[in-house]
Structures are given as structure tokens and as C-alpha cells.
Design a binder for this molecule. Structure first.
Ligand code: HEM
Length: 286
């Protein structure tokens, strides 16, 4: 801790809270790229009768190319999902099942329900804003819906990808059922990620506007962390584990350059999400 204190007195050096490991940042990057590819190669099929579907299909290189990209992105999806689930199973085994619903866990617990109610009271000016630990209820919802939704969309996708194999054990009508489920689950997932939960909660909240780059850099300023996650901060101070999550961030030309890249990537992803939302809404109402 003494060397940390000395380091932060250097110019352009800050003490930050390390929120995500390199593993989780890479996993998020794979989700981010593969999900975008899946939406942009899948939605033009769902809305094939529209003008925009033709533009998007032409832009991605045609229907055959879109099918190949969709399948490659699907394999990336299987890869990151398997890595995350294996890690969760490993952590549960390592801790012998202890702490699965503890305050710092990603698993939902009773406090989340209290927080949801508290948040609604706060929206209507009838109570204070709830205080959060490591993960908020909307972050847990985001994570759980991705882990659970991937099972549904993945299974139905593989049924359509390998119809001959699946119809050896399932009646043929399952192919049609798989298409209906896949198609609607895709719409739900795009809605959750692009509009209702992820983009909104990650970037449009006053605390994180215009960009929350913690999933790219891994850490965020200590002051910001204390304000956003006061319960985790207090818990770590009490347990004496705060030092485990403190890192020194030096601002150099490289960190400035990577910050510009994160801003660029987030802006492009945000624009892509807005564009696809406009296309989908246009198809629904036209
Ligand atoms: C493991 C994951 C996935 C697999 C194996 C998979 C596979 C497939 C397959 C085989 C098709 C049929 C079209 C074709 O032959 O190219 C398809 C269609 C489609 N996929 Fe996926 N997919 C997966 C994930 C996703 C995700 C995450 C989304 C979007 C959020 C998505 C959106 C769509 C859409 C919108 C269609 C068109 C459905 C329609 O015609 O109504 N897919 N997918």
C-alpha cells in the first residue's frame, strides 16, 4: 500500500478500482462483436421484404456471405458462453458452494428485489436512491438474460443449422418451431441489448454518460467507484480487502490513444444499435 501511495503522487497517476479482469474484458469484447454480427446478418432475413434488409444484405456481401458470418459469430457465441459457464462452475466448486448469493456475487439475491422496489419509490420521489454492492439488479438481469437467452437462441439456431441431424430424433415440425422461437428471441435480445437495458443502463445514466469505458479499461476512478458502489466499498474497507482491488493508472499517450479507440468503438456500436432499432421499428409499423 505504501508504494501505491507513493505512485499516486506522481503526475498524471491515479488510484483506480479494478472492476474487471482481462478475461472478463475479452469475453465482453467477443459478446460485443459476435452479437453485432448476428443481429446484422439475422435481422435482414427476418425482415426480408423491407428495403433496408436489401441494403444491409448488400452491405454484408449478400445472403450466402451473411449465412457464413452468422455461423462464425454463432461459434464465437458458443465459445464465450462455455468459457463463462465453466468459470462459474469452477468458482462454485472452489468455494464449495459458499457465497453464491453473497453481496458481491452476480447471482440475484433478496436485496435485488428490495432495490427494484426502492428504485421505483425513488423514481416517484418517495424514498432515497438505493445503494448498491458490486453488481446492481439491472446488471444481474443483463448477465442472466444473456446466459439464459443464449441457450434458447443457440439450441434453436443449431436445429436450423443441422436440420437432418435433429430430425433423426425430432418431428420435422420442430424446424418451424425453432425458426419462430429463434426469430422472436432474436428480436427480444436486440431490444434488451440495443434499447431497454444494456445501452441505456451502460451509457445513458447520468453517472456514466457519455461513455462507461470500464469494460474496456478494466478499472474506474476510485472516487467514482465509492459513489456508485458504496456498499462494496464499505464492505471491502471493513473486511480489509480494498487493497486487492486498487490499481495505479498512469495516463500516457498510449492510454490516451486507447481511450480515443474506446470512444470510437462505443460511438460506432451506439450508432449501429440506433440504426438497427430504427430499421426494426420501421418494419413493424410499415
Ligand atoms: C449460437 C447462436 C446462433 C446460431 C447457431 C444461429 C443460427 C441461425 C441459423 C442457422 C439461422 C437460419 C438462417 C441461415 O441459414 O442463415 C438463423 C437465423 C436468424 N438468426 Fe441466428 N443463430 C444464433 C444466434 C443468433 C442471435 C444471438 C441473433 C440475434 C440476436 C440471431 C438472429 C437471427 C435472426 C433474426 C434470424 C432470421 C430468422 C427469420 O428468418 O425470421 N441469431 N440463425
Amino acid at each position: 500500500m505504501a508504494s501505491t501511495t507513493a505512485a499516486v503522487t506522481e503526475p498524471r497517476t491515479y488510484l483506480e478500482y479494478k472492476r474487471f479482469s482481462a478475461f472478463h474484458r475479452w469475453m465482453h469484447f467477443l459478446v460485443f462483436v459476435s452479437f453485432t454480427v448476428l443481429v446484422f446478418t439475422g435481422m435482414p432475413l427476418k425482415y426480408k421484404e423491407t428495403h433496408w434488409a436489401k441494403w444491409v444484405m448488400d452491405a454484408v456481401g449478400g445472403v450466402t456471405a451473411a449465412g457464413v458470418y452468422h455461423r462464425i459469430a454463432a461459434l464465437v457465441t458458443v465459445f464465450y458462453w462455455t468459457c463463462e459457464v465453466l468459470l462459474m462452475v469452477y468458482v462454485v466448486f472452489r468455494n464449495r458452494g459458499r457465497g453464491v448469493f453473497a453481496p458481491g456475487s452476480i447471482m440475484p439475491n433478496k436485496k435485488d428485489w428490495a432495490d427494484i422496489k426502492g428504485m421505483f419509490r425513488w423514481f416517484f420521489g418517495r424514498g432515497p436512491k438505493p445503494q448498491f454492492d458490486r453488481f446492481t439488479y439491472w446488471e444481474k438481469f443483463d448477465f442472466m438474460s444473456l446466459v439464459g437467452g443464449t441457450v434458447i437462441i443457440g439450441l434453436t439456431g443449431f436445429i436450423m443449422w443441422f436440420p437432418m441431424t435433429f430430425t433423426k430424433v425430432l418431428p420435422g415440425v420442430f424446424i418451424n418451431v425453432a425458426l419462430v422461437i429463434h426469430s422472436n428471441e432474436a428480436l427480444l435480445a436486440a431490444g434488451v441489448i440495443f434499447i431497454f437495458v444494456h445501452l441505456f443502463s451502460a451509457h445513458l445514466r447520468p453517472e456514466s454518460w457519455p461513455i462507461d469505458k470500464v469494460i474496456f479499461t478494466g478499472s474506474l476512478p476510485l472516487e467514482h467507484y465509492k459513489e456508485e458502489r458504496p456498499l462494496e466499498y464499505a464492505r471491502r474497507v471493513q473486511e480489509g480487502t480494498l487493497g486487492e482491488v486498487l490499481v495505479v493508472r498512469r495516463i500516457t499517450w498510449r492510454t490516451r490513444l486507447t481511450d480515443v479507440i474506446w470512444y470510437g468503438i462505443t460511438a460506432v456500436a451506439g450508432l449501429a444499435a440506433v440504426l438497427m432499432t430504427v430499421f426494426i421499428v420501421w418494419s413493424i409499423f410499415s
